[in-house]
Ligand binder design. Structure first.
Ligand SMILES: CC(C)(COP(=O)(O)OP(=O)(O)OC[C@H]1O[C@@H](n2cnc3c(N)ncnc32)[C@H](O)[C@@H]1OP(=O)(O)O)[C@@H](O)C(=O)NCCC(=O)NCCS
Length: 362
């Protein structure tokens, strides 16, 4: 099976548009008009058509409009550094199989190489599934709303979003008072998504009515061995994973040193979490890589991580950083995996993968 992503030529465009016209269930006149306009625009360099072709058959497409004359409500949506994306389509039968995502990332790569720094798109508010996908692709900045008009006179209310194409950089920041509002929003997002919270050094207690200031004070004091011992905890540090590009709090990681017998048995050195809307983007691997750097600074040669065997994201994160499975056991009816990571070895081995994603503070 061969799947290729490419910029379409004229013959391919004709083939695809004729397919859409033939299969349009209503408003064929829209499609006939769009075909004419689209092929003209492409010839004039106003639009770039990207096609996904499986075994010679065009199965999905996306368009980048790069001239304001072809974008309705174009102000802020298209410029010499912003491309407006539209015409996302995958033929039925090929949807939900990852083909479109491959095409999408191919298009993004191509636009980046062409010098575009942002991409924008519009979505109707009732298209919930599409909205979720676009959010996942990183269209997180809401720009504006507007009415769009179709050739047959129909109109639609559209919301416009933006995605930044500049390389994303991350760093760990010590928990601080300055991040109060960000942390509250981070915790509320978990609550809305009914997601468990890990790695927050108990900052999640703000959801139970304890003030941020109180939680933070405890975190700061817990760095101290004597204080931590006095409240029956292990000394440790809580860090926030920050995405430099938009200064957003993405995740948290808690690193404990001088583990007590109990913590060695039940919790390990490291706990972490990523906010629900930012999961499955590889961010926790960056979180753990950065966390291993902190563990090294704390003098830890190897760290223990314990997670539920059913927590795929956590198991795969640990394995991706070279975690060695020491044992599996049942605790409170739950199967848990116990891993160890050799800190220096992991930092060396995976440097090439992560160093370009790390923001080095000047
Ligand atoms: C576990 C958690 C931190 C993972 O964060 P994440 O940012 O989604 O993880 P990443 O995107 O870096 O993914 C790491 C790996 O796990 C995989 N993965 C992530 N979520 C997954 C899921 N739900 N199912 C299957 N695989 C998953 C990724 O594909 C990736 O694998 P790869 O290296 O083969 O590509 C996140 O789901 C979370 O915060 N969960 C709640 C808190 C929690 O469970 N903490 C751990 C307690 S031990």
């Amino acid at each position: 099976m061969s799947y290729i992503c490419k910029i379409a030529d004229e013959e391919e465009m004709n083939e695809k548009w004729d397919y859409e016209i033939k299969h349009a269930s209503h408003s064929k006149e829209n499609w006939i008009q769009w075909k004419k306009e689209f092929i003209e625009n492409q010839k004039e360099g106003k639009q770039i058509p990207y096609y996904g072709i499986l075994d010679g058959k065009i199965i999905c497409e996306a368009t980048a409009s790069i001239d304001s004359s072809v974008v309705q409500n174009g102000d802020g949506l298209v410029s010499n550094c912003i491309a407006y994306l539209n015409g996302f389509r995958t033929i039925k039968g090929y949807q939900g199989k990852g083909y479109f995502s491959k095409l999408f990332w191919f298009m993004i790569q191509d636009l980046k190489q062409k010098g575009y720094q942002f991409v924008t798109l519009g979505v109707e508010p009732n298209e919930i599934k599409n909205m979720m996908i676009y959010f996942h692709y990183g269209f997180s900045e809401y720009l504006k709303s507007g009415m769009e008009f179709y050739p047959n006179g129909e109109e639609a209310f559209v919301l416009y979003y933006k995605k930044n194409l500049q390389d994303e950089l991350f760093y760990l920041e010590e928990a601080s008072i300055q991040r109060r509002d960000d942390v509250v929003e981070y915790m509320r997002e978990h609550q809305r998504c009914h997601s468990s919270i890990h790695g927050s050094g108990s900052l999640d207690k703000i959801l139970e009515g304890i003030t941020y200031e109180e939680c933070l004070e405890k975190i700061i004091k817990t760095k101290d061995f004597a204080y931590a011992k006095s409240i029956g905890r292990c000394p440790g540090m809580t860090y926030f994973l920050i995405r430099k590009n938009d200064n957003k709090l993405i995740g948290m990681i808690n690193i404990r040193h001088h583990l007590s017998e109990d913590m060695l048995e039940h919790a390990g050195h490291i706990g972490y979490g990523i906010r629900p809307s930012e999961r499955r983007k590889g961010y926790n691997k960056i979180n753990l890589y950065l966390g291993l750097g902190k563990a090294k600074e704390m003098g830890l040669d190897s760290v223990e991580l314990i997670c539920d065997a059913g927590n795929n994201g956590s198991n795969k994160t640990i394995q991706a950083l070279g975690g060695v499975l020491e044992s599996s056991r049942v605790e409170n009816d739950v199967l848990e995996n116990v891993y160890w990571i050799d800190v220096s070895k992991s930092l060396d081995e995976y440097r090439d993968i992560y160093q370009d994603k790390i923001y080095q503070k000047k």
